[in-house]
Design a protein around this ligand. Structure first.
Ligand SMILES: [Zn+2]
Length: 396
C-alpha cells in the first residue's frame, strides 16, 4: 500500500541526501595548501590531517582515476594498489573532488587551493555574466581575461615567492592555455609529450631545489573512459600504463621527497537508452523558459530567461527530481555545493537552477552537444564514483 502511494506521488530527492565534498578537510582544494604549508610557505594552512611534511613534493594528477574505479581493478594497477593498504605502509585514502567533479573545476581547485565558489570555475560550461554567453572553462572559449576570471594567486606562485622551486610537467599543448595560467602558473612549465618523459623530468625537477613543489599530469585514462567506458579493455590498458608511470616516478624520487598520486574526478558509465539519457533538445517541458543550458550531462547549470527561474525550478524538479538533485542557485550555494562561501563575482556564473545526477543518468543535449552526448563514461556529480579520488603517498 505505502509502496503504491509512493509510486503515485513521486517525491523529488531531498537536497539533504547529496553527499557534499569535504571542503576544508579532505577536498582537492586542501591538498596543495597542506603540502606547501608543510614546507613553510606563509599564508597557507594545513587542513588535511595525517600528511607528514616533506621538503620536496610532487603531485601526479591522473585525469579520471576515481577511487572506486582503482579499487575495482587491482590486477591492472598492482603498484597503485600496493599504496592503498598496509603492504608498503601505504597511507592511501580518498579525497573528494569538489562540485562539479570536472577537470577544469578540479584543476583550478588543486592549483589555487581554493574551492570552486572562490576560484570561480564552477563548471564545464558556465555563463559569463559580462557577455551573457556560455563559456567553456576547459577550452576557454569564447576567450575572456584569465586574470579577471580567476584573480587569486596559485599555490605554485605563493611557493615560488617563498623561495620554493616550483614546476609543472605536462603536455606541451597546455603550456600557454588560459586554464594553465589561472590554475597552475608559478615557477616554470615544462612540456613533454610522453608519460615516461614527464615522470623522468618530474623527478629531476624535484631534485632541482632544496624545497620543491612539482606537478605532473596524465590525460589518457579519462579519454578512454569517456570513449569506451570504465572497465573497457582500452581503459584497463590505460590503467596498466598509469600504474607503470607511477612506479617509474616513485623509483626515481630524490631524497626527502613525497609523491602524491591523485585525480580530478572519477567516472560513471551511462547506458544508451532513453531512460538513462534524457534529451534536453527533445523535451519541450525542460526547455521552457531556459535561456542557456550550461554544465554537462551529470552537472547542469540552467540559466532562465528573466522572470522564469522559479517556473524552471518547479518544472525541472517535477521532471528530473527523482534522478537528479535539483536546486535553485541560492539553495545550492547555501547547501555548500561550491564550498563554504561563494564570491560575489562567481554567483552569477552559477545556474538559476543546478541539477546534479544521483542515478546513472545523463541530461544530454543531442543537438547542442552532439559529441558530449555520445560519451560512454561521464562525470560531474556528487556520487562517490565521481567525487572520490585517491590520495596515495610514496616517500623516499
Ligand atoms: Zn573527463
Amino acid at each position: 500500500m505505502s509502496q503504491l502511494s509512493a509510486w503515485d506521488h513521486p517525491e523529488p530527492l531531498s537536497l539533504d541526501t547529496a553527499p557534499l565534498p569535504e571542503y576544508g578537510s579532505g577536498s582537492l582544494a586542501d591538498l596543495l595548501p597542506t603540502l606547501a604549508a608543510g614546507m613553510g610557505v606563509p599564508g597557507l594552512t594545513a587542513t588535511i590531517e595525517e600528511l607528514t611534511p616533506a621538503d620536496r613534493v610532487c603531485v601526479f594528477l591522473i585525469d579520471g582515476l576515481g577511487w572506486e574505479q582503482l579499487r575495482a581493478h587491482p590486477d591492472e594497477a598492482p603498484f597503485l594498489t600496493s599504496l592503498l593498504g598496509s603492504s608498503r605502509g601505504g597511507t592511501g585514502r580518498p579525497l573528494t573532488a569538489g562540485y562539479p567533479a570536472t577537470t577544469a573545476t578540479s584543476l583550478a581547485s588543486v592549483g589555487t587551493g581554493l574551492p570552486p565558489g572562490v576560484h570561480g570555475l564552477p563548471g564545464y560550461a558556465v555563463r559569463n555574466p559580462a557577455t551573457g554567453e556560455l563559456m567553456n572553462q576547459l577550452r576557454w572559449h569564447p576567450w575572456t581575461s584569465p586574470r579577471l576570471w580567476q584573480p587569486y594567486p596559485t599555490v605554485f606562485q605563493l611557493a615560488h615567492d617563498a623561495g620554493v622551486h616550483a614546476a609543472q610537467v605536462s603536455s606541451p599543448a597546455f603550456a600557454q592555455t588560459p586554464l594553465t595560467k589561472v590554475a597552475l602558473s608559478g615557477g616554470a612549465f615544462h612540456g613533454r609529450l610522453t608519460g615516461e618523459e614527464r615522470m623522468d623530468l618530474a623527478a629531476a625537477q624535484l631534485a632541482a631545489g632544496d624545497r620543491s613543489l612539482v606537478y605532473t599530469y596524465y590525460a589518457e585514462l579519462d579519454g578512454s573512459g569517456h570513449r569506451y567506458g570504465v572497465a573497457s579493455d582500452t581503459w584497463r590498458g590505460q590503467l596498466m600504463c598509469v600504474d607503470r608511470l607511477v612506479q617509474r616516478l616513485a623509483e626515481q624520487l630524490p631524497p626527502r621527497s613525497a609523491l602524491y598520486v591523485t585525480a580530478d574526478h572519477g567516472m560513471v558509465d551511462v547506458p544508451f537508452d532513453e531512460q538513462h539519457r534524457i534529451d534536453f533538445d527533445e523535451d519541450w517541458e525542460l526547455s521552457a523558459g531556459v535561456a542557456l543550458l550550461g554544465g554537462e550531462g551529470r552537472a547542469r547549470h540552467v540559466y532562465a530567461v528573466p522572470g522564469a527561474a522559479n517556473d524552471v525550478l518547479t518544472c525541472w524538479r517535477e521532471v528530473l527530481g527523482e534522478q537528479f538533485w535539483v536546486a535553485s542557485r541560492d539553495e545550492a550555494i547555501a547547501a555548500g555545493w561550491f564550498g563554504p562561501s561563494v564570491d560575489e563575482r562567481v554567483r552569477p556564473r552559477i545556474g538559476d537552477v543546478v541539477a546534479a545526477a544521483h542515478d546513472d543518468v545523463l541530461l544530454i543535449a543531442s543537438e547542442r552537444e552532439p559529441k558530449e552526448s555520445a560519451l560512454v563514461g561521464n562525470h560531474g556529480s556528487m556520487t562517490p564514483a565521481e567525487q572520490l579520488v585517491p590520495l596515495l603517498e610514496v616517500r623516499s
